[in-house]
Design a protein around this ligand. Structure first.
Ligand code: MG
Length: 370
């Protein structure tokens, strides 16, 4: 494949730049610097101890949010490179895409949002990611946050949904994001659908007959691997099948995006399209949807995970109330934010920044001393 969409790449020289102007670096371009700033951020390292789907403690080889992030970056870079898009921008966006996630996965996010709605406010992990990179990370003497380029900040708020008219006017709500950002959401889905299937299989939650009935392509890939490697162990056959699925979905994303981009001249044309250009072919989208449905029915709604989520949500609500009633017990550096932010936002930022492990330490040290 010969970089078929190189003409739709967002040229780094056309970046709208940073909020606080900086001198250029002698050998790293701006999107590379953004990637490096993200990797060195504290919030990035905390992803290691944040739940993806399976809580830590059950097994040491399940994905956490950091290893998930690396898998998304790998898939997104592969696609960007095959298409001829900017790999550095794509990589920076993939690495930052989950940085705003609170502890306990989506259950934690939903609960924080519920708490914030009591104050007419809300919590959204993408908007929180923007707060982190714009304000909450404190590492530079000259500016708050990481001072990332416009394109990375825009990608943070737009990679998974279009903005509503008038929402966040700074980020051009009337335009689609460039292809580098559009890819991220689909690379994310490919990464987590296949990884969750893998982890769920390790946890014994995937009856193979049910999977094969729900996703016929998985059955075909398994049969092919079995006839090619008759002596292979079932766990190895499972991986052969999984690799085949990832390949089908990634190839489908590349082909689907090339087809949808026909006739577009440059990144401005991509931005002006009424809907997103990055997409899978209909065949790949069908496999992806079947996989997603299977995971919802068999894994995400399984008794084990539902019970785990229930207790985490309860603890988040209790800790939120605890600090609302006792702001004096917030750590000193967190309390400083009360000079410019309402208490519910400061409590929300504090809890959202916690790893699962730190949350438990704080919860059992305050609300419910053991
Ligand atoms: Mg993700």
């Amino acid at each position: 494949m010969n970089r078929p969409l190189a003409h739709l790449k967002l040229p780094v020289e056309q970046s709208r730049g940073r909020r606080y102007p900086e001198l250029p670096h002698p050998y790293r371009q701006d999107f590379q610097r953004d990637r490096d700033r993200i990797i060195h951020a504290r919030s990035f390292r905390r992803l290691e101890n944040k739940t993806q789907v399976f809580p830590p403690g059950i097994s040491d080889h399940f994905r956490n949010r950091l290893t998930h992030t690396l898998e998304v970056a790998q898939i997104a870079r592969t696609v960007a490179s095959a298409l001829g898009l900017d790999e550095d921008l794509t990589e920076a966006l993939a690495l930052v895409h989950d940085i705003g996630h609170p502890p306990f996965g989506h259950a934690g996010e939903d609960e924080l949002n519920r708490q914030m709605q009591r104050f007419g406010d809300r919590f959204d992990h993408n908007l929180h990611a923007l707060r982190i990179v714009d304000q909450l990370e404190q590492r530079y003497a000259l500016f708050p946050g990481l001072n990332l380029t416009f394109e990375v900040r825009e990608g943070i708020v737009k990679h998974s949904r279009d903005l509503r008219p008038g929402e966040l006017p700074e980020f051009l709500p009337e335009y689609r994001p460039p292809l580098e950002a559009q890819l991220i959401d689909i690379a994310d889905e490919i990464a987590y659908n296949t990884a969750d299937l893998d982890d769920a299989d390790s946890a014994g939650l995937v009856p193979h007959e049910a999977l094969f009935a729900a996703v016929p392509e998985a059955a075909a890939l398994w049969e092919r691997a079995e006839s090619q490697y008759p002596a292979a162990a079932p766990r190895v056959l499972f991986h052969e099948m999984l690799r085949g699925l990832i390949d089908q979905l990634v190839s489908g994303l590349i082909a689907g995006t090339v087809a949808a981009a026909a006739g577009l001249a440059d990144v401005t044309a991509v931005r002006r399209e009424a809907s997103r250009v990055a997409r899978m072919t209909p065949d790949a989208a069908r496999v992806n949807a079947a996989l997603k449905r299977f995971l919802h029915e068999r894994v995400y709604e399984s008794e084990e995970l539902v019970a785990e989520r229930g207790s985490s949500i309860g603890h988040v609500a209790e800790l939120f109330d605890y600090y609302l009633a006792r702001p004096g017990e917030l750590p000193e550096h967190t309390r400083e934010a009360l000079a410019s932010e309402p208490l519910h936002r400061v409590v929300c930022d504090y809890i959202a920044g916690m790893t699962d492990r730190y949350f438990h330490r704080v919860y059992f040290g305050t609300v419910s001393p053991e």
